[in-house]
Design a protein around this ligand. Structure first.
Ligand SMILES: [Zn+2]
Length: 69
């Protein structure tokens, strides 16, 4: 299960586009740095048992939009 997400860095307001995947686990954490200022951005994906519902949480940035592929 993959999705595209765009986030806006809380520190410098730079937009980052990324494609992430959820593997066979209930939670998938991702951490990366803003390409412009180096601030840490954390995205955690949490799914229910059959992955029919997935929730994403973003820290260090604001989620602009996401789209499941
Ligand atoms: Zn930044």
């Amino acid at each position: 299960m993959k999705f595209n997400v765009s986030v806006c860095c809380d520190k410098c307001a730079c937009t980052t586009h990324c494609q992430l995947a959820l593997f066979n686990r209930p939670q998938q954490p991702w951490t990366f740095r803003c390409a412009a200022c180096g601030a840490q951005i954390d995205i955690t994906m949490a799914a229910n048992g059959d992955h029919s519902k997935v929730v994403t949480k973003v820290q260090g940035a604001s989620k602009l939009h996401e789209r499941w592929l």
